[in-house]
Design a binder for this molecule. Structure first.
Ligand code: NAD
Length: 263
């Protein structure tokens, strides 16, 4: 059974829902009563997430879609609409990370990063907003990062992509305000997921750390709370941004980083 009703009667599309932060958001939304359309390019982990969400008493649909492919995104949104109605909430969470020194960056890798993290957000937002605008309501939550507000070595494409997600969030917030739609971003710091484990290995190699855990320790020294963020903590902020509690908030990029970044 669900443990709350803050999203009762709402439906949400969540991208990158198969694991990590997306999975946690799916379960937190289900716990608040939202019907779900779970989207991921990798279909293998979606059934487990769907089952766990259904056990909380909500309707769940899964869709395999690569957010970089507009026709796949459109198909997923159409399926969600037919089964659950026009979505009330879109969470643009799907994303990738790669650490490469700037002078070594290949154009294909650079393009792939922007394609998934930025164009993927554009594709899903457009498909969802074309449906939400006639309804005169909706919430879009974009997963940015502290990387969208800072610089980091060997991370030019990722940081650029997350700066762009914040820029897109603000522009959409401005255009969508008169349609009763709020658009906000979450900027997490270090979140315990597979993506972060991969980051430790790649960034570690680029910064001369032979042990990924040594890099984690070094990075945590810059976090006043001295610990990682859990995916569930990010999900609780997403619940707030998806719920009527945040109706007065739009165009914001909210940092959740244990004090690592204070803007
Ligand atoms: N983990 C962190 O420390 C951290 C910090 C800040 C921001 N973020 C952001 O949060 C989001 C989720 O990160 P995570 O740590 O849960 O990552 P993750 O790698 O654990 O999960 C990402 C999910 O997105 C899916 N995905 C990737 N490319 C896709 C595509 N083209 N189309 C559809 N699905 C795709 C993957 O299959 C996977 O299920 C990302 O946007 C990431 O940049 C993560």
């Amino acid at each position: 059974m669900s443990d709350g009703n803050r999203l009762q009667g709402k439906s949400a599309v969540i991208t990158g829902a198969g694991q990590g932060i997306g999975r946690a958001i799916a379960l937190a939304f289900a716990g608040q009563g939202a019907a779900l359309c779970l989207v991921d390019a990798n279909p293998h982990r979606l059934p487990e997430v769907a089952e766990a969400a259904q056990a909380l008493g909500v309707e769940v649909l899964t869709q395999q879609a690569d957010v970089t492919q507009p026709e796949q995104v459109e198909h997923a949104l159409q399926a969600a609409q037919e089964r659950l109605g026009v979505p009330h909430i879109l969470v643009n969470n799907a994303g990738i990370f790669q650490s490469v020194k700037f002078l070594d960056y290949g154009l294909d890798d650079w393009r792939r990063m922007l394609e998934v993290n930025v164009t993927g957000t554009f594709n899903c937002a457009q498909a969802a907003l074309r449906r939400m605008v006639p309804e005169g309501r909706g919430k879009v939550i974009n997963m940015a990062s502290v990387a969208g507000k800072t610089a980091a070595p060997a991370s030019s494409a990722y940081n650029t992509s997350k700066h762009a997600v914040i820029g897109l969030t603000r522009c959409l917030a401005l255009e969508m305000a008169r349609h009763g739609i709020q658009v906000n971003a979450i900027c997490p710091g270090m979140v315990d997921t597979d993506l972060f484990d991969g980051l430790l290995v790649e960034v570690g190699a680029n910064r001369g750390f032979t042990e990924p855990e040594a890099l984690r320790k070094a990075m945590l020294k810059g976090v006043p709370l001295g610990r990682m963020i859990s995916p569930q903590e990010v999900a609780q902020l997403a619940v707030y941004l998806a719920s009527p509690d945040s109706d007065a908030m739009t165009g914001q990029a909210l940092t959740l980083s244990g004090g690592h970044l204070m803007v």
